[in-house]
Design a protein around this ligand. Structure first.
Ligand code: ADP
Length: 604
């Protein structure tokens, strides 16, 4: 029993050294995956903020670029005609402003310019570039510019932003560059007459363009870029001819352009988003814009606030957008990691489980084998010792002349012969088993009933009861089956012997019925049945009792003699002729041992 115990300990060690650490490692790995995923999710808000920052900077750069390029335009160009700086001294040439002919840059709806002092709108000039604008749009632009002009005095923001010193550049230009353009609508004769005066320098300060968002009289949102220009008074021109009169006293100008809101709040952000955002960063034009796999966290963007645009507080939310992070990839990665983890875990557990199961089976087998060997040794010892001691005892008694009674002496001889037969039966069985496992039988088509019938007398003679304990129910005209005489003999004798041993008929008991030996036709072929009223065989043991040396119970408590070879021989003989043996509960108690034989073809 040392080996099974060793195996049991090995099993315990296997579990402790392999299974437990594997489980522990699995739990650690699982937690690691969970933590990694949680960390990735936690970084989503940071990623969204980062994307929003990149987006904001790119958008800002675009708007700044527009303002910078527009700032290049000379102050004097915001007039229908202007006198270029590069005109040779003394010569006065008026050119139509480029704002009338140039293509409008993307995002610019149209330019305007007016004097701060002019209250009637007479100084307002509107330019729409070289492109033919729809009359409607042109009219709208004029209306917007006029409205802006008219609101100059009332609107605190325009007046307040009038001082232009801050951040402004002070310019010194020949007076003609500006004066001519501000002269009475390009009055060339007047300008020509005053050409000497126009050579005086004029000083002016031009502010930076500022963006302002407001709602016009109709409540329509508008975005305007405007700058203030202050031109100092030119004392030399005071008292000059009419055409230069306005310039002589100094000027306050407002110049600028309307920004296309559709471009600023729509096209431009979309373009920027396509350029600067990565595959997983989503640009939501509206805060309520849905994004199926985006994490709950979004970074907000406000066009007004982020672009440093002045606006009334209630308008600050205009152009609110969001950047969200699509977590589909993160989720998919997490799921695939989990699947891989569980897949590997399952494989590992299957491998470990198989190992444990195999080890367990081997331990079980070892135990079973050990028990069987123990049983066999005990049984054989008993089976050998009992007849041998009986033979020895009776032979000694005869030898020592214990009895002179011839009848007694005869009985002793009989006992010696019977015990010798028992011994030889046992030896024969062992030899039969050895022979059956090494050779194959040569079955021929036989009449099952006839072969069984040939055994009737012999079986009845072998009984130990006074009254016949066997009853035969032999069916006639059964199809022939593949069989050998030896096989049928061994099967029948062993089954009957077992029935007599384990289910003896006790005629003293009322209602006792004999053991039935039957041949019958079944769906699978002709069969031999031995039915008894014994204790039956537990279902779990029905397979095992056909194993060599297998006996129910333990040798120490068993009262019946045997070696566990009888049924094994039955199964070997049955297999040698292609028959099948099975045990069933007999209705009313006891067991039925049925051997179903292979039918032989009718013409065989
Ligand atoms: P043996 O009779 O030498 O023990 P067998 O191989 O003939 O060996 O039988 C194996 C075991 O099956 C027996 O030990 C017995 O416990 C059980 N067995 C056999 N026949 C019967 C039966 N008719 N009723 C109940 N148990 C049986």
């Amino acid at each position: 029993m040392a080996a099974p115990r060793t195996h049991r300990s090995a099993l315990a060690l296997y579990a402790v050294l392999l299974v437990l650490p594997t489980v522990a490692l699995g739990v650690i790995q699982w937690r690691h995956i969970e933590r990694e995923h949680a960390d990735e999710l936690a970084s989503v808000p940071r990623d969204a903020e980062d994307a929003a920052r990149r987006f904001r900077e790119a958008l800002r750069a675009e708007v700044d670029a527009l303002l910078a390029s527009e700032s290049q335009r000379g102050v004097a160009q915001y007039a229908n005609y202007y006198c270029p700086d590069s005109t040779p001294e003394g010569e006065v040439t008026l050119l139509p402003t480029q704002l009338r002919s140039e293509p409008r840059p993307t995002g610019v709806l149209g330019w305007f310019s007016f004097d701060l002092a002019g209250g009637d709108g007479a100084s307002l000039q509107v330019f729409t570039g070289g492109e033919q604008l729809a009359a409607e749009r042109l009219a709208e632009l004029r209306r917007a510019s006029l409205e802006l002009h008219d609101s100059v005095r009332n609107e605190a923001w325009l007046v307040a932003s009038a001082p232009v010193e801050f951040g402004a550049e002070r310019l010194e230009l020949p007076v003609r560059a500006l004066a001519a353009s501000r002269a009475a609508q390009g009055d060339e004769d007047c300008i020509e007459a005053e050409r000497m005066l126009l050579a005086n320098p004029v000083r002016m300060v031009a502010g930076q363009f500022q963006l302002r968002f407001y709602r016009d009289a109709q409540g329509e949102p508008r975005l305007v870029a405007h700058r203030h220009v202050r031109v100092d008074a030119i004392p030399q021109l005071i008292g000059a001819t009419n055409c230069l009169h306005r310039v002589s006293e100094g000027l306050g100008l407002v110049q600028g352009f309307f920004v296309d809101l559709g471009w600023w709040a729509g096209v431009l952000p979309r373009e920027v988003a396509a350029r600067v955002l990565t595959k997983r960063e989503r640009f939501l034009e509206h805060p309520e814009g849905s994004c199926e796999h985006c994490a709950d966290y979004h970074a907000d963007l406000w066009l007004i606030r982020d672009m440093d645009v002045s606006a009334a507080p209630q308008d600050e939310a205009f152009g609110r957008m969001q950047i969200a992070i699509d977590t589909t990839e993160l989720d998919a990665r997490y799921r695939s990691r989990l699947w891989r983890f569980f897949g590997m875990g399952a494989m590992l557990f299957a491998a470990l489980g198989t190992g444990v199961a195999l080890l367990w089976r081997s331990v079980e087998k070892e135990l079973e084998q050990a028990a069987r060997t123990e049983n066999f040794v005990a049984a054989v010892t008993h089976e050998l010792r009992t007849p041998l001691s009986s033979i020895k005892l009776h032979a000694e008694m005869l030898q020592d002349g214990w009895t002179t009674d011839p009848a007694k002496q005869q009985e002793y001889y009989k006992r010696i012969v019977r015990e010798t037969e028992r011994l030889s039966t046992m030896v024969e069985r062992v030899l039969e088993k050895a022979k059956l496992t090494s050779t194959t039988a040569h079955p021929t088509p036989c009449d099952l009933t006839e072969l069984v019938d040939n055994h009737v007398q012999q079986l009845l003679n072998w009984r130990i009861t006074d009254a016949p304990d066997l009853e035969f129910e032999l069916a006639e005209d059964l199809p022939r089956v593949w069989l050998t005489k030896e096989a049928l003999h061994s099967i029948l004798v062993n089954l009957v012997e077992n029935a007599r041993k384990y289910a003896p008929v006790d005629f003293a008991k009322p209602g006792a019925t004999p053991i039935v030996i039957a041949t019958l036709a079944t769906a699978d072929g002709p069969a031999l049945e031995v039915r008894d009223r014994g204790p039956g065989v537990p279902k779990a043991q029905r397979q095992k009792i056909f194993d060599a040396f297998y006996r129910l119970g333990s040798e120490s408590t068993r009262t019946t003699r045997g070696t566990g070879l009888g049924l094994h021989l039955v199964s070997l003989h049955a297999a040698s002729v292609g028959a099948r043996v099975l045990i069933e509960d007999r209705p009313g108690g006891g067991s039925t041992f049925r051997v179903t034989f292979k039918p032989a073809p009718a013409n065989a």
